[in-house]
Design a protein around this ligand. Sequence first.
Ligand SMILES: C[S@@+](CC[C@H](N)C(=O)[O-])C[C@H]1O[C@@H](n2cnc3c(N)ncnc32)[C@H](O)[C@@H]1O
Length: 351
Amino acid sequence: MFLCPKCNSKMTLPSCSFCGHTIPRLNHIWQFTDAPDMVIDGDKDKYIGYEHIGENYSGSRKYLLEERDVLFAEEVSSLISSGQEAAQLSADPDKIILDLACGDGCFTVPCAKSGARLIAGDISNTMLRLLQEKAAHNHISLENVTLCRMNALAIPLADESIDIVTANSMLHLISNPQKVLCEIYRILKKGGCFICQDDRPGKNLRSDLSHQENGHPPKYNEAQIQADNEKYSQLVNAFYSGYWQKLMPQGILPKKYSWKFDRDQLCSGLFSTREEKLIPRGAPYETTLEDGFLPRIINRGFSDQTHVPKDAHEKAIHELLDEFHEKYGEDFGRTMFHGVEDDLLITAYRK
Ligand SMILES: C[S@@+](CC[C@H](N)C(=O)[O-])C[C@H]1O[C@@H](n2cnc3c(N)ncnc32)[C@H](O)[C@@H]1O
């Protein structure tokens, strides 16, 4: 069901029987493209691959199977299930799911558990390696998963060959999302679905966080929650603006590498139906600066830092950490944020 990158004929792995080209394989990842990891200049379609973000994409949560992703994987695999209870989902092995721009496998890995046949594609070999690590860490086999370095702007799959496509958190990283959507539409079988996962703020439970159920005393009182959250936001803003203030005199400014688009509008011109399902969540959670924000900015993990030279970045971070330790104490990284998990909105566009 693949397309040969050399002659565009249909092929099965590893070699094209028409032109003889063999797809190179690196660490179990089929290399369908030699396109750059990112394109940010020039006249061609632009995109931001995450090769440079790699390890810092999920920070200390890199091996976690997040509840929202597990729920999404269960919903998607239930669409191609062989009819068993959701708890023991067993996907139909004749159906194929493409997880486009799969990143570190937050969907692919829990979905692989159902036995679904998956193709996981990303432009970044590092993200695909993290996917392999996440699976190994969670003892989930990738036997049914074909890992491919591919460019979403030219998907190396035959027309009408795929049952389900997911492409979470990626269309905004591409200057021409319409081209990717046309590719997704092309490779889907008739009746196949493009399925999207979005967060929606649920019932605002922030004040409920201090009133825990089941007769247990509240872990945090309302005043503390408010004070922690204010301090957390203040420190994030101060660190972020302090970073750029150190770089600006050197002519280095933040660059937003993402593009606005209206997915529903673009999809309505292509797909025949659209269905939605809202999965309520709303569980309270706590996070700290050192769980996500700090490791990401310290390691140039935000895409607006993509162009910052390494030396200037390291100097700015070093100075800033010294200043923050002095001003807010050595353990400022443990400042806590109390939140409530968003609801999960699943949208299926059917061909
Ligand atoms: C924000 S991450 C999302 C990863 C994952 N889908 C998720 O929901 O967490 C975006 C991913 O898109 C990939 N990406 C960006 N441009 C791409 C392209 N042209 N082709 C394939 N993947 C691309 C990046 O390498 C990165 O892994």
